[in-house]
Write a protein that binds this ligand. Structure first.
Ligand code: HEC
Length: 202
């Protein structure tokens, strides 16, 4: 009986590996999206099926080499546009609203309408907001811990503008680069994180 089981298992395993047809699943997904979904409002199908170079690299199977990761960071750092007037901090009260707003890019949104950052969806930021996600690190006391140097302002701005400028293949959306948030909105979020008066730093 035991021998028979082994034999069956062996045949099954051999059968499996020899009959598997190598499918290009990425191409299949693109085909399905194109045939079964329609563009509507802010949702444009092309955005889902056309990846830029970085998205392609980060979606590959297996780990990227250190050189590949470094070159992603370099290319993404070049996309970062710092504030034209060199003023990094806006209004933290507006920042809370932007961080709490998960709207934007949905089929029900009018194209061109203002999007939120949905930062609370992935980060703890203030003690008052208890509904937060944990995919990203807690940002509570961010300014208190990091200080208010120009380097920290620039690092934080670049992180919000294009998270991959510092961590290649980061799971955080590239808010400025992807045109989700405006310069003014990023300033308000900067104030939420770095203004000593913001509840983040109380
Ligand atoms: C989909 C989840 C997600 C969303 C939404 C998101 N983040 Fe992140 N964030 C992450 C992850 C994951 C990291 C850690 C990896 C990294 O640094 O890129 C991170 C890192 C950060 C850091 C760096 C923290 C450090 O210790 O240096 C800052 C600052 C930050 N996020 C701010 C924001 C702000 C502001 C928003 C809203 C505009 C936001 N995040 C929205 C996932 C997210």
């Amino acid at each position: 009986m035991k021998k028979l089981m082994v034999l069956i298992a062996t045949i099954a395993a051999a059968g499996c590996s020899s009959s598997t047809v190598e499918k290009d699943y990425d191409a299949e997904v693109v085909r399905l999206i194109n045939s079964d979904f329609k563009s509507k409002g802010s949702v444009q199908i092309e955005k889902f099926v056309q990846q830029d170079e970085v998205q392609k690299l980060c979606s590959q199977d297996g780990e990227l080499s250190q050189d590949a990761l470094a070159s992603i960071r370099d290319s993404q750092m070049k996309t970062v546009k710092y504030p034209a007037d060199d003023q990094y901090l806006g209004d933290w009260e507006k920042g809370i609203k932007i961080a709490n707003n998960g709207k934007g890019g949905q089929f029900s949104d009018k194209p061109g309408s203002v999007s939120g950052g949905n930062c609370f969806g992935c980060h703890q930021i203030t003690k008052e907001e208890v509904a937060f996600g944990t995919m990203g690190p807690s940002l509570y006391q961010y300014g208190k811990l990091r200080g208010n140097s120009k380097e920290i302002y620039q690092y934080t701005w670049a992180k919000i503008y294009n998270a991959q400028a510092s961590i290649a293949c980061s799971n955080m959306p590239r808010f400025g680069h992807a045109g989700i948030l405006t310069e003014e909105q990023i300033k308000d979020l900067m104030a939420l994180l770095l203004d000593p008066e913001s509840p983040t730093n109380k």
